[in-house]
Ligand binder design. Structure first.
Ligand SMILES: [Zn+2]
Length: 363
């Protein structure tokens, strides 16, 4: 198995201006380059980095960005970025040069998607920053400034004629941006598994299922805090896999947030690196089953300890190799009894499954 890998030093230079508040001492910021840089470093130290096929990102140009974002939004972002920084929405602050870095991040996701669609590699992972799944057409949110995956998809569609695409978003937060952008698009299946009522607090319910022309093409799987391997596995079995099978996409994109890890400071879930690897295996097998290549775009993840291990386990899985490391001092997390599906979690997944069925997600 060949696996493409996109990264760029400049991704680590983006400043999210996540600097605490008047009553919070600086130094405990969430959105910093640390977790991602440590993931890159662990890939190198374990030797996995050498087994990956390097794909160089190319920044998206204005004509590419205009496929998703209005001119006024891009003008405002560029002007503020040139002037030293600013904001594009709730929790979407940035420093100097972030416009160019964000365009390079979206271009990195595009490079990964393009490489799997053309068959240059079997799978690909884009380790980009800033993330993109909260960004809507005309507003940034939650550390996201440009909608990386939709931007990459629309360029791919324009250049390669790719039509039906499934996005599986396992970031612990709701993929509200992808949902909003593809609300009325029957050619995009947007599935989000997330901790319910996290961020954005009001979105990601099971009744949000797409507009009239695309009813059932948005699938939300809100999960209760404390969900682990068993709950995610059950959600895949009951909802993700049957929805993708019924949809028959030509490409599967994973919005890969590692903030559903058991050590994340923002999420309250229990996934471990082995748990993420198990989900990765299922996505790859699903892709094989429906003849759709699979590419991954990095989203959130704020634990400097867990994110590197999650990344290494996912990439080892994509290389069809054994994970070269365990989970450091936290291996016992895999054996927690709370990793097993419980009644409460089963009830919420069944509810989401029933709603998705009612909206036609399974054909
Ligand atoms: Zn997140």
């Amino acid at each position: 198995m060949t696996c493409g890998f996109v990264c760029d030093e400049r991704y680590f230079w983006h400043d999210a201006r996540d600097t605490g508040g008047p009553y919070v001492e600086a130094g405990a910021e969430m959105e910093t380059p640390v977790s991602r840089r440590r993931m890159l470093n662990l890939l190198s130290v374990t030797g996995l980095r050498r087994q990956l096929t390097t794909i160089e990102p190319v920044p998206l140009g204005r004509e590419d960005l205009l496929r998703v974002h209005p001119a006024g939004y891009l003008d405002s972002f560029k002007a503020q970025s040139d002037a030293g920084g600013g904001t594009m929405g709730d929790y979407a602050d940035f420093g100097p040069g972030s416009y160019e870095i964000a365009a390079l991040a979206a271009g990195g996701v595009h490079a990964a998607l393009d490489a799997v669609v053309t068959g240059a590699v079997d799978t690909a992972y884009a380790l980009v920053r800033p993330p993109g799944h909260h960004a809507e057409r005309d507003r940034g949110r939650g550390y996201c400034l440009l909608a990386n995956i939709p931007l990459a998809l629309e360029k791919l569609r324009a250049e390669r004629g790719t039509d039906r695409v499934a996005v599986i978003d396992w970031d612990v937060h709701h993929g509200n941006g992808t949902q909003a952008i593809y609300w009325d698009d029957p050619a995009t299946l947007a599935i989000s598994l997330h901790q319910r009522q996290l961020f954005p607090y009001e979105s990601g319910t099971v009744e949000e299922a797409g507009g009239a022309p695309a009813l059932g093409r948005t699938v939300n799987v809100p999960l209760p805090a404390g969900s682990g391997a068993g709950a995610y596995s059950y959600a895949f079995e009951r909802i993700v896999e049957p929805a993708v099978r019924a949809f028959r996409p030509e490409l599967i994109v994973v919005a890969s947030g590692f903030d559903a890890s058991c050590l994340d400071p923002m999420g309250r879930m229990l996934l471990t690196p082995a748990g993420y690897a198990a989900l990765t295996r299922r996505v790859v097998e699903l892709g094989r089953e429906v003849s759709a290549p699979v590419a991954f775009a990095h989203e959130g993840g704020y634990s400097p300890v867990a994110v590197p291990f999650c990344g290494v386990h996912v990439l080892a899985e994509l290389l069809a190799a054994d994970a070269p490391v365990g989970f450091g001092d936290f291996g016992y997390m895999d054996a927690l009894e709370d990793q097993q599906l419980n009644v409460h979690q089963r009830g919420m997944v069944d509810q989401a499954q029933a709603a998705a069925a009612r909206h036609g997600a399974f054909g």
